[in-house]
Design a protein around this ligand. Sequence first.
Ligand SMILES: C[S@@+](CC[C@H](N)C(=O)[O-])C[C@H]1O[C@@H](n2cnc3c(N)ncnc32)[C@H](O)[C@@H]1O
Length: 432
Amino acid sequence: MSKKTTSKRNTGMADGTLLRRTAIQVLAAVDEGEKVDQALAGSPVSGPERATLQWLVLGTLREYLLLQKLSGLLLRKSWREEDRDLGFLLHLALFELRHGQRPAFAVVNDWVEMVETLQKSWAKGLMNAVLRRFLREREALEVQLADPDLGHPAWLAARLRTAYPEEWPEIAAANNQPAPLWLRVNTLRVSPQDYREALQAQGLSCRGVEWSEAALCLPESIPVATLPGWDAGWVAVQDAAAQMAAHILAPQSEERVLDACAAPGGKTAHLWAVGARRLDALDRSAERLQKVREALYRQGAIAHLQVADAGELQSWWNGEFYDAILLDAPCTGIGVIRRHPDIRLRRQEEDVLQAVAQQRQLLDALWACLRPGGRLLYATCSILPEENLLQIRAFLERHGDARQQYHPLTGQHLPGQQDMDGFYYALLVKAE
Ligand SMILES: C[S@@+](CC[C@H](N)C(=O)[O-])C[C@H]1O[C@@H](n2cnc3c(N)ncnc32)[C@H](O)[C@@H]1O
């Protein structure tokens, strides 16, 4: 697994106050259950400051539990409910002090000034003292933050340590790092070689993987609209681990193919790009299916889309068997928490059981619309064995007509391995 450090940023721009105030508001929205992507999308910060806002908010969320521990070491009491915003402010300030580029005195000053704009002047002295104490005692405090479990809720750390006793420190470290930007070159529009050259011409370096020429990794996120050929659909943003699906399923043009849980459509478009020409795609969310429509349009791919619960066959299936099915199942997302850092705050242990039950129901239902001899690719972006290995083991026990087929890309991929997300794939073949 590669070791990266959280990239540094300068937040001292002209309208830093708006940026800092927005960052506090986004954390408050996430704390109330909103997804961070949604909260950021509705923010008033635009232009280059937007990337800085994302860096600040996503980084703070990634380290949220660790920063909570740090605040606990620095403060004698926790914040009162009505002063939660001061807690968010302190987390953001500590994150910037730990990872930002600006001089520490400027960071402390600006965040202490923010206390006033929250109309809580009484807390200015306290905030100032706490931040300065962090700077004075930083070395000793950082030692107490070195425990890899700290970035994860206790239930999750315990489950992952049990499942992966040897790999756990590396998994934890990968989860606490920002994800790189993975692209998939849309080979319908441009060759991977030409696209690499277009990136180079823009001064962007990238590297690839040995199993697909179309997967390219940029070391850091940049606004996608600045990528060569973005509007013309030359590339899609898609982690390399997610790009494995189309290669494993390897659809042929004459085959009837189903993408059962398709939104936002990354894998649907890829299935088309690798050769599927009779492609059906379902999602139970009409709003999310609209994203599939947009993705297919931008990339020049075609599928028959339907809003439906894939597990309720009578509501959407016309009785014609499929040759190949992709079930990219709803899951806990525990393999992608470096990319969606709010997952570790929102996800509860009870969600695991619920996801497992949903996956089981979808697997059993979809198996019925696969032709004898056909194949079903089961995928999750989780690394919990209950959703993956154990789920498939139980499926094979329930279905005597199913066997698992080996492919070099199937199995459990852990977050950070070759800089990829955590993903699981099992290829199931139905007896003739
Ligand atoms: C992991 S995401 C799919 C990601 C997608 N395959 C891609 O590569 O862009 C899971 C999707 O399943 C959908 N979903 C959940 N339960 C479903 C069901 N019973 N039937 C159909 N879609 C479902 C969710 O709305 C969500 O969009």
